[in-house]
Design a protein around this ligand. Structure first.
Ligand code: EPZ
Length: 423
């Protein structure tokens, strides 16, 4: 398990490119299983989560080739013969559960392991199962597996209202609906840009989908789908992460490229309130740090509200703000594993319920830190980049799940991060 040694404080200056969206790529890969034709997905990030899902997909007999250098993924499901997703693979990554909707949609049957536990949550899958039952699936549990069958080998259209709105359940329902017989209506559907990109790709394959990006998605089932040829969206969470990193040191001036500023929802306006100087282009965002960061409190919500995937990064930035602020996570009430680690770096952060109370500014001192959550891990790296001395961030494999060549990207704009292999 490698660790990072991060020398701080360092300003960030120059240009940094955003990779393809992890949380759009994963549903796109599942969608490629719905057709017997070959598919190509472009701008796929080189991440451990992508490799994990590639291996899950290969179990079905589907051919997968990932040209990591070209960020191009080719999937040929013409010989898909085993509609199963085994525990030893699914337990590594929750999004493998998309195999349930994909295999039900393609084969009319599926045997998929329930996802393993996460470091935070709760992360139930009741909406995925109730939603697919609304499309006619017979579903029962057996030894930790979901066994699903579509009577007559094909799901039928249906209407399902989600409560709460769920990204994963929306993806699984769309996967089940696009080749069903009849029309499906998903109410209170997730509106994340990742879901919109996923539905756009399916539409390009011949699916008949409308309303994606709004709370009501309507899918008219079709018999056949063409192969996918789709360029994945940029990663909005990586974009927000780099924007926050740029705000944390007063001498930083960072231009984020290959991104889509339109995907950030409420984040952009809240970020502006911190006093940063932002120049927004078509696919670039330039961030010049303020002399003093203004404290701004945030509450996470479903898109287009402030994203839970940026709350740890935001709280870390608030340790440098001149005043008190609060960060509340209503999506995942216990996603705060980073708080005790920030305290060890010298930050004044107190957790009460699902709110972190932060008093800044804090001069952070280097320490050894670690987290088991991908977004918390990157927040500790960002804290290390402004802490005095050499911070050690342990278990960076969590970072490798969701940030492509993070240390190379950050070192190219002034960070001093060294990856140290651990025995
Ligand atoms: C997706 O997870 C993302 N993962 C997460 O990003 C992200 O944090 C999350 O959406 C929220 O935005 C991917 O896209 C691969 P949910 P997902 O189902 O789909 C409740 C990252 O760091 N819920 O939208 O699992 C649940 O308890 C990852 O990249 C149910 O009650 O999230 C939670 O409160 C971490 N029943 C809320 O919905 C269900 O059946 C949101 O969960 C499903 C969810």
């Amino acid at each position: 398990m490698d660790k990072f040694v991060i020398e701080g404080p360092t300003p960030l200056r120059g240009h940094i490119a955003v990779s393809g969206s992890k949380n759009a790529a994963l549903p796109l890969m599942a969608a490629a299983l719905l057709t017997e034709k070959p598919s190509v997905i472009r701008n796929v990030p080189r991440l451990n989560d992508i490799h994990t899902l590639n291996n899950v997909i290969r179990v079905t007999g589907t051919r997968v080739e990932f040209d990591a250098g070209a960020h191009e993924l080719r999937i040929d499901a013409s010989d898909l013969h085993t509609p199963e997703a085994p525990y030893e693979q699914v337990r590594k990554m929750r999004a493998s559960f998309y195999m349930l909707g994909a295999l039900l949609g393609r084969c009319g049957e599926a045997k998929v392991s329930l996802p393993g536990g996460c470091a935070w949550g709760p992360r139930p899958v009741n909406l995925h199962m109730e939603g697919l039952k609304a499309l006619g699936a017979d579903i029962h549990m057996e030894n930790g597996y979901v066994i699903a069958k579509a009577p007559g080998g094909r799901l039928k259209g249906g209407t399902f209202r989600m409560d709460p709105s769920s990204v994963g359940a929306t993806v699984n329902l769309v996967l089940g609906a696009v080749r069903a017989s009849g029309t499906t209506v998903i109410e209170n559907a997730a509106m994340e840009p990742d879901v919109v990109a996923f539905c756009d790709a399916l539409t390009g394959m011949g699916a008949v989908i409308s309303g994606h990006g709004t709370p009501v998605i309507t899918i008219r089932g079709t018999d056949h789908l063409q192969g996918m040829d789709f360029r994945n969206a940029p990663d909005r969470i990586e974009t927000g992460t780099f924007m926050i990193a740029a705000a944390m040191h007063p001498d930083s001036d960072l231009t984020i490229t290959d991104t889509d500023p339109g995907d950030l929802g409420a984040f952009t306006e809240l970020f502006r309130q911190t006093g940063v100087d932002m120049e927004i282009g078509t696919d670039t965002i330039r961030v010049k740090a303020p002399k003093h960061i203004r404290p701004v409190s945030v509450i996470t919500e479903i898109y287009p509200g402030f994203p839970t995937d940026l709350q740890a990064q935001w709280a870390t930035m608030m340790t440098q703000a001149y005043g008190a602020s609060e960060v509340t996570d209503n999506i995942y009430i216990d996603r705060f594993s980073y708080v005790p680690e920030l305290v060890r770096l010298g930050a004044d952060v107190e957790l009460r319920g699902n709110t972190a109370y932060i008093k800044g500014p804090n001069k952070l001192q280097a320490a050894s830190v670690m987290s088991t959550d991908l977004r918390a891990s990157v927040s500790l790296v960002m804290a290390g980049m402004v802490a005095e001395g050499a911070t050690e961030a342990l278990r960076v494999y969590h970072l490798d799940r969701g940030y492509e060549t993070l240390e190379a990207k950050l070192n190219a704009v002034g960070a001093r991060i060294r990856r140290v292999p651990q025995e």
